[in-house]
Design a protein around this ligand. Structure first.
Ligand SMILES: [Zn+2]
Length: 342
């Protein structure tokens, strides 16, 4: 079976897109595609679906043999569009892009030690939104009730296109218990973007893809409640706060061509998944080190402080403060008491 992907054409007429989206939502969930001779063949839950070529009002059209739904010739051609061949020019200084190139693991860097702060470089200043609708963030990088949330959750409807935010090369296409159906794209600066909870894939491992390439359809697979995209930004296996790198305020800008990542921007503990963090990009190693040194380590109890308020202030859980300080949740705090918060 040969997989194909749908061409990402920025000039695609909106009405075709809407019609196509409706077809997708109606007919495409957990599907794989193949094209054999003149008939589009969609395998859905091991049931084959064929489109029959017909004539409708003198025009060529295609009928879904299963649902009898008729689509126009142009819609059919969008469905049949071949893999977009775009060469991925890897610059000489990025020859190491193939280091740790494994297609069987979401994170192949488990044995790699990265010291903070570290620098990530971009050779472009803008990116493409991973979904076509307005960005609605439902959960951020940070502390969440059940633990750390290392990505950004973006609302979508199952079947919506999910696009690569930057050009790159597809390293991983596969299922994991937590992430569900997942695509990992490695970019030329060794940053990887992870697209999780998809309902279907539209790229294959080792595909070189342009920015905005549709990598799959949104869904609700894996450990997910309700359809959404879980987007991660990683550097050599370390998850970085996606909003520290990409500006989701509508400007579609990358926050800097030379960004320094300090401890805080890789630690979900330092953020709340329910609140937007204040983002001040770091452009030099000195600033990154100074910022790390300035991160508070202790809290001195003042009049009226409660464990709950302290937890809220530092985006921690009461339970964590208790274990760090070896105290119980019912402990009475005294004024001047030092509470470790890192
Ligand atoms: Zn998530």
């Amino acid at each position: 079976m040969r997989l194909f992907i749908i061409k990402s054409d920025p000039l695609l007429k909106k009405n075709i897109l809407i019609a196509f989206s409706i077809i997708l939502i109606c007919t495409v969930q957990n599907v794989a595609y193949s094209q054999e001779s003149d008939t589009l063949h969609i395998a859905k839950d091991s049931t084959d679906v064929f489109f029959e070529k017909i004539t409708l009002d003198g025009n060529v059209a295609y009928k879904n043999e299963k649902t009898n739904e008729v689509i126009s010739e142009s819609e059919y051609h969008i469905l049949c569009a071949p893999v977009m061949e775009v060469s991925f020019k890897v610059k000489e200084e990025h020859d190491h892009i193939d280091d740790y190139w494994r297609s069987d693991k979401i994170n192949p860097y488990r044995d790699v030690k990265i010291n903070v702060p570290f620098q990530i470089k971009f050779d472009q200043t803008t990116f493409t939104h991973p979904v076509d609708d307005d960005i609605v963030i439902t959960s951020r990088f940070g502390r969440r009730r059940r633990g750390a949330h290392r990505g950004l959750d973006i609302d979508l409807v199952t079947g919506d296109f999910v696009r690569s935010v930057l050009p790159g090369k597809v390293r991983f296409v596969g299922y994991s218990k937590g992430h569900g159906k997942t695509v990992v794209v490695r970019h030329s600066n060794d940053v990887e973007t992870v697209y999780a909870h998809l309902s279907a894939y539209t790229v294959r491992t080792n595909d070189s893809i342009p920015e905005g390439q549709i990598v799959g359809f949104g869904g609700n697979t894996g450990n997910s409640r309700g359809s959404h995209l879980h987007l991660e930004v990683r550097f050599k296996g370390i998850c970085i706060h996606p909003e520290y790198v990409f500006n989701f305020d509508g400007s579609k800008t990358i926050r800097g061509e030379n960004l320094w990542v300090s401890n805080s921007w890789k630690s979900p503990k330092m953020h709340s998944s329910y609140r937007k963090s204040k983002i001040v990009p770091l452009f030099s190693e000195e600033d990154a080190i100074a910022s790390q040194d300035a991160e508070p380590r202790q809290h001195k109890v003042r009049k009226g402080d409660t464990l709950y308020q302290i937890a809220l202030k530092y985006s921690l859980r009461v339970k964590e403060i208790c274990s760090m300080n070896n105290i119980s949740q019912n402990s009475i705090l005294s004024i001047g008491q030092i509470i470790q918060i890192r």
